[in-house]
Design a protein around this ligand. Structure first.
Ligand code: ADP
Ligand code: MG
Length: 271
């Protein structure tokens, strides 16, 4: 579904040159939920913006179903890190969700249907007439997710979407995300700096090094697809996987290179 061969991104301007992403290569299969985890400032947002066609890579390319991404592709939706700033405060919730749909060739009735359906999916059927600023942080983030869903994307890019909400809300939103992924068969690329979140959500975890970023490791998460906050997080395998990812991130910070390739259950993490 997504193919990233040799992506490089250098920011240049005002006499400053920052190589954010050095050389990233990975693929995402259709219907997969892949988590990208890496330290703060390592280039995760830069990478996602390149994937979503919001930034032009300096080198390499992003391919969506074999076609080069040169601008925001139809069929791809983005949930930003700063949801507070991604909703228009002067528009009611329903109008915020409907806005991107106006680019599509849909009847007014169909747009309304999609908005209602998306709000119901995120448990906010009652909030259609509210303004974003009347809602809690967690509810605002649900609106941002509803807006992405209403667009009926095949690929959903999520940039640390739950970083700014409290732990309880975050757990709820993680489960909401898993549920939507299972129901709708969307391909999700989920960026986080939280190791537990990456292991809890991902079918696969891609560990990124510190900036300039390369892929430190890819890890297959061999936990059952059905996960829940109570049991999954206390499973011994969950603990092994999170320890392994933690060690990889520490190694990445020290700049220790890894052999490329995917670690699977056949090659269990050390310990
Ligand atoms: N617009 C920009 N201009 C210059 N440098 C930038 C810009 N955006 C990000 N950077 C730099 O690129 C690096 C990666 O940033 P970012 O992608 O936001 O990392 P992350 O999302 O992992 O925290 C940082 O060193 C950051 O300062
Ligand atoms: Mg970021």
């Amino acid at each position: 579904m997504l193919d990233v061969p040799g992506l490089n991104k250098v920011y240049e301007g005002s006499g400053r040159r920052v190589e954010a992403v050095r050389d990233l290569t990975f693929t995402v299969e259709a219907g997969e939920l892949v988590c990208l985890v890496g330290p703060s400032g390592c280039g995760k947002t830069t990478l996602l913006k390149c994937m979503g066609g919001l930034l032009i890579p300096t080198g390499g390319e992003v391919l969506l179903e074999g076609r080069r991404v040169t601008g925001p592709p139809p069929g791809m939706a983005f949930v930003f890190q700063e949801y507070g700033r991604s909703l228009f405060p002067w528009m009611r919730v329903a109008a915020n969700i409907e806005l991107p749909l106006k680019q599509k060739d849909l009847t007014r009735e169909r747009r309304k249907e999609l908005v209602t359906d998306a709000l119901r999916s995120v448990g906010l059927a009652d909030a259609a007439g509210a303004y974003p600023w009347q809602l809690s942080g967690g509810m605002q983030q649900r609106v941002a997710i509803a807006r992405a869903l209403a667009y009926e994307p095949r690929v959903l890019l999520m940039d640390e979407p739950f970083a700014a909400v409290d732990a309880q809300t975050r757990a709820d939103l993680e489960d909401l995300d898993l549920g939507l992924w299972r129901e709708r068969g969307i391909t999700i690329l989920f960026v986080t700096h939280d190791i537990d979140e990456a292991v809890y959500l991902g079918q696969r975890v891609i560990v990124l090094s510190a900036s300039p970023t390369v892929v430190q490791e890819q890890l297959k998460v061999d936990l059952p697809d059905r996960r829940d906050q109570l049991h999954t997080r206390v499973a011994p395998r969950f603990a092994e996987l999170r320890t392994h990812v933690y060690e990889q991130i520490q190694a990445a910070k020290r700049g220790v290179p890894r052999e490329p390739g995917v670690t699977t259950s056949d090659t269990p993490p050390p310990h």
